[in-house]
Design a protein around this ligand. Structure first.
Ligand code: 2AM
Ligand code: CA
Ligand code: CA
Ligand code: CA
Length: 263
């Protein structure tokens, strides 16, 4: 299928999935813990991933799917067309707040991000991008990121930055928090990337994210000029869990060189 036809197909598929999620908000969720007591999954995370996969298998039998809940394919490379899907990004928010979560999807062809989607289901805001053709919110084009500086930046980080951790020196975290204008913590990596793309925040950092958290958002963020890497300034990892920073180019390298000294 040609890229623009695929884009239309996916928008309609995502809206359909959003409808299923909205309908579930009035029902009782089945909640389970995964790697630890705060790493949650619900019946809807699984149902939505299965919904996407059944459509992809039916309509695109040659494509592969890399999804968080494991109903897709085992992915060890990005050869061919790969759908990288997080059916619900921000599951804890989905459970506790019934908002601040999103569907995240990136379409990669031989490792190149062609299409990206972040659907803020409750607010009915669909962020999307087509490689080389710009990023959009509800089909309205997002403007390129404006030049800024760290002291005028809002940075998306969460409280693990100031708790003892394996990754970042405590004094570096404190200094970063002191030097920026403000910090925010939305609890959905995908939404933080959408907010980066709209200029509501200027950087988003996480010590550990998976490919499905970032795949859709990376296509969108790139179209407005943001830079996405791991903490070693290598291209963001779309095969394995890794550290992640996406930022306005005015602050990306400054944050990495002056604040992130990974232990
Ligand atoms: P999830 O809700 O799809 O699991 C929360 O700060 C953000 O980090 C969410 O985007 C969440 O995605 C992601 N995340 C990645 N790994 C996680 C983990 N092990 N436990 C909880 N959230 C995780
Ligand atoms: Ca999860
Ligand atoms: Ca996620
Ligand atoms: Ca998820």
């Amino acid at each position: 299928m040609e890229l623009h036809a695929l884009d239309l197909y996916i928008k309609s598929l995502i809206k359909e999935a959003g409808h299923l999620i909205r309908n579930s908000l009035a029902t009782e969720l089945v909640i389970e813990a995964k790697s630890n007591a705060n790493d949650l999954v619900t019946n809807m995370d699984k149902e939505i991933e299965q919904f996407f996969i059944s459509r992809i298998r039916r309509d695109f039998p040659g494509h592969r799917v890399f999804g968080e809940e494991g109903f897709g394919d085992v992915i060890e490379n990005l050869d061919g067309t790969v759908w990288i899907l997080d059916p619900i990004d921000g599951t804890m928010n989905f459970i506790h707040q019934k908002s601040n979560f999103a569907i995240s999807l990136g379409i990669y062809e031989n490792g190149i991000g062609k299409l990206g989607y972040i659907y803020d289901v409750v607010n009915d805001n669909l962020y999307h991008a087509v490689n080389g053709e710009g990023a959009y919110c509800n089909d309205e084009r997002l403007l390129p990121l404006k030049e800024t500086s760290l002291d005028k930046s809002i940075v998306g980080i969460n409280a693990t930055w100031v708790t003892p951790n394996r990754y970042i020196r405590h004094e570096d975290s404190i200094r970063l928090i002191q030097d920026v204008r403000g910090t925010r913590s939305y609890g959905s990596a995908a939404l933080e990337l959408a907010y980066l793309a709209t200029g509501r925040i200027d950087a988003y950092l996480s010590m550990r994210l998976s490919p499905w958290d970032i795949a859709g958002g990376m296509v969108i963020a790139k179209e407005v000029g943001a830079i996405a890497t791991n903490f070693k300034d290598e291209p963001a990892n779309l095969l394995k869990q890794d550290s992640f920073i996406a930022a306005n180019p005015s602050v990306h390298s400054k944050i990495l060189t002056e604040y992130i000294h990974v232990k």
